[in-house]
Design a protein around this ligand. Structure first.
Ligand code: ADP
Ligand code: MG
Ligand code: MG
Length: 897
């Protein structure tokens, strides 16, 4: 497989260039032709030509038009037809397609070459006037819309009127005469709207279509889409000119789209939609109810069989799930497009794993194919089962549709994209966008919404594709919903729902509910994900640990694959209601005896917490950080306290009894003492104040108590027969002497406890490096620490001199918007500054102690880009929130591959 991977990589680099020039569509049409898949012949004008055309504000580059004519002549020779020839006319399509797929964002014109003369010939040759007129009206319509910018609704209205007049429901029921009349009306609309008659000259039709496709690269829809999908704006579109094949000649003809595997679940079965007697655009437009591809295996078994064979062939060739367009002309199958299929995160994982097991790709490739963001989706909210049950019992389930993009979404109904966007961005509302179907110019609304709901459309509809790509929960084709745009409401089985009402959409099941359902975060039990992550583990060098303070968190972290606890914040436990009073008492007193008493009261709590962690982790590393935050965080707020006091003083006047007065005065005295303490402890820069190791130095009893709790817990668990590996970590060290001093206090207490219990605990002692001075003197620090953990939150804060708590809502936002900072340094480690400090610390630390264990804890530990940096710097592990552990495992593998 390594050889195959290398060869593929080599081929890929060239393929990238080909795709850049011919666009995905053109390149793949060429490739399909090369491997003998039936594709109507054609040629492609490069993206370079498009860029040149747009740059020169509308002139074809030198010789391009001549080359187009040469290409056309070649086509004519091969097909024994002639473009514009009244005897034997060649009809062609003019198709857009850039390097990256942008479904429906740019334009395409079909049936080019038809005019009054060639039309007559087409009628005579096909002996099917209905087909000929239908094709012609499509040309006028597409040319009118795409090239001349005429509103498509004007054309659609004419067709609707015709149906009404003829008393039929579907386009297929309109006959040749109807379409003939439609053609006449279309021409009238065309010339009235554009003040030009419809061009009869096929060459003019072609030339102007090419220009329109070039220009569609800079259409609003296309620009919006590129912005959302992060596609560069300077690539341009290629234009493919291709001989037409017809799916609209009769009932032995059809057109359709398909995915070679299920795009929602990833299951290895073809899924798709098709229409008998129709042309390509009809399938995606949602005008007619499409048929499931399964019907085709019944109605046209031979063609279906051929289709299956080609689908498999394409998958084997590209080693990827494909999204194809096809047309059947009189029983003969033609492929019109293939590209890598869009899929949900679930499908991406399953397909990668199954293709590996089918021997199509290597494990490495499978791991690389899934992104950390996709793994994140597995950890996204789903509806709480009890809340679902209740909704069902209360009769709040409204309807069901196709579950095309999983996840739970709750929001207020908005019936158009602009409202959806305005509500979401300006009013901070949660929105569900509800539409009959979506179009490319709805994308901004879809992106702003929590979820998407449509009453029409199938699994390959626009709404489904876009939702899947951007990870928006979506349900489409809910035919029970009747949308009344004029009243801005919808009815579902007699129930009226107004714009602004709350609904819940379950993209996983396809069900819709009235009101707000509650959501939960699921466990990652998906067998394919588990397999993929186990492969990722084989490639990564970085360890993945988790930040966890309680046994419950530790358990979850283990379930998600964590190999240790990189950070237990030992002070979190002090905030709990039974403990806080003791801790406050400890802070309030000046008497060592009283202080010791309160600490002793806290000891059993801490011991139990640590024992719980040790039991869960069963011999895996548990890094416990001694108390870190400034003490005032444990006391009431200063301003609140002042207000309290003045309220109490006001009450003195109204005291009814002497007893009441006494109580009041008592309370006031107590509050005043508290206030005094709060004022003493108040600091202007608490984050740079009495915290971290400084606390342990000022109040050594605090360190002793915590160390005692850790070692008593360790002895307890060992006695139970368990294994423990405590690692005690000193926060906020800046000078090695701080460490030396604390180490003494710590070792004294540890020895005492171990002696009392007559048990040796295998422990280690280390520190956080979260101040620049510590990073720069890591060699001195490593003499006294057997491990270090980079606290990159504080390190970023102190390196930039930016207070994280204030900046992220303040000027930092402006910094990022105006590009002064490329990224939020609190989200992704700043490689050049903070990263450089890490590098220096690593080099210095390991120069003294080659086996120095180095980790990172804090937000960055779960950020894929920062994980990459940690890999490059050869850290031992990253530690992150349990919910980021699966993501970190994959990101660490990506960094290593
Ligand atoms: P899009 O990128 O919007 O899908 P396409 O260029 O793929 O645009 O074309 C739109 C529709 O027209 C598709 O369904 C396609 O299969 C169909 N089509 C394009 N060229 C031809 C052709 N030469 N013969 C028959 N159908 C075609
Ligand atoms: Mg297409
Ligand atoms: Mg810190």
């Amino acid at each position: 497989f390594d050889e195959i991977d290398a060869a593929l990589q080599y081929a890929n680099d060239d393929w990238e260039k080909v795709r850049g020039l011919l666009g995905g569509k053109g390149a793949n049409l060429g490739e399909m032709t090369r491997i003998n898949i039936p594709v109507p012949p054609g040629f492609t004008i490069t993206t370079e030509a498009c860029i040149a055309y747009l740059d020169s504000s509308g002139t074809f580059p030198d010789r391009m038009w001549e080359q187009v004519q040469d290409g056309l002549a070649d086509l004519e020779k091969r097909l024994y037809k002639k473009f514009g020839d009244p005897e034997n006319p060649l009809l062609i399509s003019c198709r857009s397609g850039g390097k990256f797929s942008m479904p429906g964002m740019m334009d395409t014109v079909l049936n080019i070459g038809l005019n009054d003369q060639t039309l007559a010939r087409l009628i005579a040759m096909s002996r099917n006037p209905r087909f000929a007129y239908d094709s012609f009206r499509r040309l006028i319509q597409m040319f009118g819309n795409v090239v001349m910018g005429i509103d498509d609704a004007l054309f659609e209205d004419i067709i609707s009127n015709k149906r009404l007049q003829a008393g039929v429901k579907h386009d297929t029921e309109l006959d040749a005469d109807h379409w003939k009349a439609v053609c006449e009306k279309f021409k009238t609309v065309f010339s009235r709207q554009s003040r030009h008659p419809f061009p009869e000259d096929p060459m003019e039709q072609l030339k102007r279509s090419i220009e329109a496709v070039f220009k569609s690269w800079n259409g609003k829809r296309a620009i919006d889409y590129r912005n959302a999908a992060n596609i560069p704006h300077n690539l341009g579109t290629a234009v493919t000119i291709q001989a037409m094949v017809f799916g609209n000649i009769g009932n032995d003809c059809a057109t359709g789209v398909a995915l070679t595997r299920n795009g929602t679940t990833g299951e290895n079965v073809i899924e798709g939609d098709y229409l008998v007697n129709a042309q390509g655009e009809d399938v995606v437009a949602g005008i007619r109810q499409t048929q499931n591809l399964k019907d085709m295996s019944r109605d046209m078994p031979e063609t279906y069989h051929e289709f299956e064979r080609i689908a498999k062939n394409l998958e084997d060739h590209y080693r990827e799930m494909q999204d194809v367009e096809f047309t059947i002309e009189k029983g003969k199958l033609w492929m019109l497009q293939t590209r890598d299929g869009k899929r949900t995160a679930q499908a991406a994982v399953r397909i990668a794993v199954e293709m590996t097991m089918e021997g199509m790709i290597s494990k490495k490739k499978a791991v690389m194919r899934v992104t950390p963001e996709q793994v994140d989706f597995f950890l996204h909210p789903q509806f709480d089962p009890t809340s679902l049950k209740k909704a069902e019992q209360d009769g709040n389930k409204l309807a069901s549709g196709l579950n095309v993009s999983p996840g739970a979404a709750v929001g207020q109904v908005a019936f158009d994209a602009d409202i959806a966007q305005a509500w979401a961005t300006k009013e901070n509302k949660k929105v569900i966008m509800v539409r009959p179907e979506t179009k490319p110019d709805d994308v901004h609304g879809m992106l702003a919404s929590e979820g998407i709901l449509t009453s029409r459309g199938g699994r390959t509809s626009h709404a489904a594709l876009v939702a899947r790509q951007f990870g928006k929960p979506a349900v489409v084709g809910v035919s029970d919903i009747l949308i009344d745009m004029s009243n801005r409401s919808m009815t579902v089985n007699d129930l009226e729902i107004k714009e602004g009402d709350w609904i819940s959409v379950d993209g996983t099941s396809g069900d819709i509910y009235l009101g707000k359902l509650s959501t939960i975060v699921p466990d990652i039990k998906d067998p394919w994900l588990i397999k993929l992550l186990s492969w990722a583990d084989q490639f990564r060098h970085l360890g993945v640990w988790a930040n966890a303070d309680y046994p419950g968190d530790a358990k979850r972290a283990l379930d998600y694959g964590a190999e240790g606890i990189g950070l237990c914040r030992s002070e979190h436990m002090f905030f709990e209601t039974e403990r806080l009073p003791h801790f406050r008492k400890m802070i309030m007193t000046d008497f060592p005896l009283e202080r010791r008493e309160s600490l002793e009261a806290l000891l059993p709590f801490q011991r139990e917490d640590f024992a719980g962690l040790f039991r869960v982790m069963d011999g895996k590393s548990v890094v416990i950080r001694l108390i870190d935050p400034p003490l005032h965080e444990f006391l009431p707020d200063h301003i609140q306290l002042l207000k309290n006091l003045s309220d109490l003083k006001l009450q003195i006047r109204d005291a009814a009894t002497l007893k009441h007065l006494d109580d009041l005065l008592e309370e006031i005295r107590a509050k005043e003492t508290l206030l005094k303490r709060v004022e003493i402890l108040r600091e202007s820069n608490p984050m740079l104040g009495l915290r971290g190791v400084r606390l342990g130095i000022v109040i050594p009893e605090l360190t002793s108590m915590q160390v005692r709790a850790i070692f008593e817990a360790a002895c307890m668990v060992i006695r139970e027969g368990g294994y423990v590996k405590p690692k005690i970590m000193i926060p906020l060290t800046s000078h090695v002497n701080e460490l030396k001093q604390q180490r003494q206090v710590l070792e004294d207490e540890a020895e005492k406890v171990m002696h009392e219990h007559d048990i040796r605990v295998d422990y280690s002692f280390g520190t956080m490096i979260e101040l620049p001075r510590a990073a720069l003197t890591a060699d001195q620090i490593a003499e006294h620490a057997s491990f270090v953990s980079f606290g990159t939150n504080d390190l970023t804060q102190t390196t930039f001199g930016i207070s994280r708590d204030d900046a992220e809502t303040g000027f930092l936002v402006q910094y990022m918007e105006s590009g002064i900072l490329p990224e939020n340094p609190f989200e992704t480690i700043d490689r050049e500054g903070v990263g450089r400090l890490l590098q220096i610390a690593m080099e210095k630390g390991r120069s003294v102690r080659p086996d120095l264990e180095c980790g990172i804890c804090g937000e960055h530990g779960g950020d894929p880009q920062s994980i990459h940096l940690c890999h490059d710097l050869k850290l031992t592990y990253v530690s992150c929130s349990p919910f980021r552990v699966p993501i970190a495992r994959l990101a660490a593998a990506h960094a290593a591959i």
